[in-house]
Design a protein around this ligand. Structure first.
Ligand SMILES: Cc1cc2nc3c(=O)[nH]c(=O)nc-3n(C[C@H](O)[C@H](O)[C@H](O)COP(=O)(O)OP(=O)(O)OC[C@H]3O[C@@H](n4cnc5c(N)ncnc54)[C@H](O)[C@@H]3O)c2cc1C
Length: 263
C-alpha cells in the first residue's frame, strides 16, 4: 500500500507575529515543529505500510525551513518527501492550500491512501484534508480513530462522530484525516538520521516547476478568504444595574438601546 502523508510545519511558540499587510502568520525565522496532529497520521501510515509492504511518502507546503519537518519524517522512515515552497504559495487559505497540495500529490506518482492530521495547531480549520480529497475526486472520511482492515480496494475504519463511533468501508484510493491520541507516534530514529543525514531526499517544487499550476488559484492571489484585521476583542467591564417594575425596566432598556443605536 502506497501512502502519502500531508504534514505541516507549525510555529513551535505562541510568540508569533502577524503580517500587518496580509493578516497572515509570519513564518520565516520562527521556531517551528511538526504539527502534533500529523504525528498520529504518520504513525498510522508507517504501521499500515509495515503490515502491507508499502511505502510512505510525505508532502508539505511551506517556507524553505519546512524542509526540517520533512527531514524528521524521513528519519522516521518515509521514503521520499516533496516540499512545495515558493513566495507564490504564501498567504494561502484553505482553498489555495488544498490546490497546492493537489498539485503536489499529482507530482508524486500512484498512491492508495492519503493521510492528513485532523487539524493543525495554527490555522486549525480541519478543512484542508476534505478539500484536497474533493480536488482529487476521491472519497474521504474525517476524524478516523482506527483502521480495522485494508483489502486490495477498500479500507474499513472507525470514525468519531462526537456522540457515536461509525464504522465505514471506504473505496481506495481515499483520504482519511486521523484523530489525535489514536496511537503512540514514533520518534525520528537516531540510526536512520545518521545513515541519511545530509542526503535526505526532499524534492522542492516552486510554482514554475509545476506546468499545470495556475498562479491565480495559489497563495494569497488564489485565496477567496483573506484576513482583514486581527485584534484582541475589546473587554468591557462597565456595569449598569436597573431597578423598577417590569414596565419601567423595559422603558429604560429601550431608551439605552436606542441611544446606543442598537435599535
Ligand atoms: C489568523 C489566521 C486567520 C486565518 N483565517 C483564514 C480564513 O478565514 N479562511 C481560510 O481559509 N484560511 C484562513 N487562514 C489560513 C489557514 O488557516 C491555513 O493556514 C491554511 O488554510 C491551512 O489550513 P489549516 O492550517 O487550518 O489546516 P487544517 O485543515 O487544520 O489541517 C489539516 C491537515 O491538513 C494537512 N495540511 C494543512 N496545511 C498543510 C500544509 N501547508 N502542508 C501540508 N499539509 C497540510 C495536514 O495534514 C493537517 O494536519 C488563517 C490563518 C491565520 C493565521
Amino acid at each position: 500500500m502506497n501512502i502519502i502523508v500531508c504534514v505541516k510545519q507549525v510555529p513551535g511558540t505562541t510568540q508569533v507575529e502577524i503580517d500587518p499587510v496580509t493578516g497572515t502568520l509570519k513564518r520565516d525565522g520562527v521556531s517551528s515543529k511538526l504539527n502534533p496532529y500529523d504525528l498520529f497520521a504518520l504513525e498510522m501510515a508507517f504501521q499500515l505500510a509495515e503490515k502491507t509492504g508499502g511505502t510512505v511518502k510525505t508532502l508539505s507546503m511551506g517556507p524553505p525551513q519546512a524542509a526540517e519537518a520533512l527531514k524528521e519524517t524521513l528519519w522516521m522512515g518515509a521514503k521520499e518527501s516533496v516540499l512545495l515552497s515558493d513566495r507564490k504559495f504564501g498567504g494561502a487559505d484553505v482553498a489555495a492550500t488544498s490546490m497546492a497540495l493537489y498539485l503536489g500529490v499529482k507530482s508524486m506518482g500512484d498512491y492508495d491512501l492519503i493521510l492528513c492530521g485532523k487539524q493543525t495547531t495554527d490555522g486549525d480549520t480541519a478543512q484542508v484534508g476534505p478539500e484536497l480529497a474533493e480536488r482529487l475526486g476521491i472519497d474521504h472520511a474525517a476524524n478516523v480513530l482506527r483502521i480495522h482492515e485494508v483489502t486490495e480496494d477498500t479500507v474499513t475504519a472507525d470514525i468519531d462522530l462526537d456522540t457515536a463511533v461509525e464504522t465505514l468501508k471506504i473505496k481506495l484510493p481515499c483520504l482519511l484525516t486521523i484523530d489525535k491520541d489514536t496511537n503512540t507516534p514514533r520518534l525520528p530514529s537516531f540510526v536512520k538520521k545518521k545513515e541519511i543525514e545530509g542526503r535526505e531526499e526532499i524534492r522542492v517544487l516552486a510554482v514554475k516547476d509545476i506546468p499545470e499550476a495556475d498562479e491565480s488559484t495559489l497563495g494569497l492571489k488564489g485565496s477567496p478568504t483573506q484576513v482583514e484585521r486581527i485584534f484582541p476583542p475589546e473587554k468591557n467591564s462597565d456595569k449598569l444595574i436597573l431597578n423598577g417594575t417590569s414596565e419601567e425596566l423595559a422603558a429604560d432598556l429601550f431608551g439605552i438601546l436606542t441611544e446606543k443605536k442598537y435599535i
